[in-house]
Ligand binder design. Sequence first.
Ligand code: WQD
Length: 344
Amino acid sequence: MHNILVTGGTGYIGSHTAVELIEEGFNVLIADNLSNSDITVLDGIEEITGVRPLFEKTDLCDRSSLKEYFNRNPGIDAVIHFAAAKAVGESVENPLMYYRNNLVSLINLLEEMELRSSGSLVFSSSCTVYGQPGKLPVTEEAPVKKAESPYGNTKKISEDIIADTVKAAGHLRAISLRYFNPIGAHHTALIGELPRGVPDNLVPFITQTAIGIRDELKVFGDDYNTPDGSCIRDYLHVTDLARAHVTAIKRLLHDKNSKDYEVFNLGTGTGVSVLEMIRTFEKVASMKLRYRVTDRRPGDIEQVWADTTLANSELGWKAGHSLEDALASAWKWEKNYRQLKKNK
Ligand code: WQD
């Protein structure tokens, strides 16, 4: 049984990936500093899979404690690195925290991996590296543009750090997965996207508006050059995204990678506008959603969706859930989470 270290594994995508890894027969270890997640996520993972991953609260930015972590946990075969700060707006206000947290943690991790046999890395990257692509759908060959935010820049720089380190080290190999917009929750609604304050992202804001926590959804602009004027994104079910990480890890562990460093877009290949998201949610939840069109949000790009050819043909992964499935799972999670909170 291979041992997989999942950094940031109590987070939204990390926890869903831990579930899929366990169900695929991997032994999962989670290192997380719990700065943006809750240890109760381990209960959800255990309830779903029957397995409680080995968890240690760990600050990946602390070089000596990370070395001790690896000394205590020998035999890590591969690492999936999720741990990072990821709020676009916060990164604009506090760039140094983002550069330190996201880059130092990665550098420390790579230094440890270089010293040991855990030579396979899957990295959580983002379509944000493309900025506003000139051509859509966007392929992995598209130019990586000036990031719209320090958060996006840390993803760009991280990819370069990984590519250069893999090239120099010789025994490391890595895959960067460029996520489009992950949404939804595990079908059991036992894990999902934990809300922290006012949501930045569209879907948690929709479900919190629908359940009555928010008065109304603000649609950030309907004067874009798109069919209905609102921004277009490629929204994919978080479980499909999690399964892509299992596929990527197996690719590296079974030496199926064609290069030591590979990049794949993870999206559905379909663009959906904000107003279409609202309509689809209203259909799925059989309710009207209160919303108002307001000004554009600074930093938003107009439209992006993935060319998924490489992920489908080379990686052997394809998103399987429909948008309706994803929104229904988000709504089920919101209702379940609020019920849990009420019962506490
Ligand atoms: C989607 C669309 C908004 C909220 C960001 C990061 C990306 C990744 C996912 C971390 C946009 C509109 C949103 C609202 C709205 N983050 N919107 N009202 O900005 O595409 O991507 O989150 O990995 O890296 O860049 O996602 O969900 O914030 O916005 O109208 O209250 O919904 O304008 O068009 P985004 P989002």
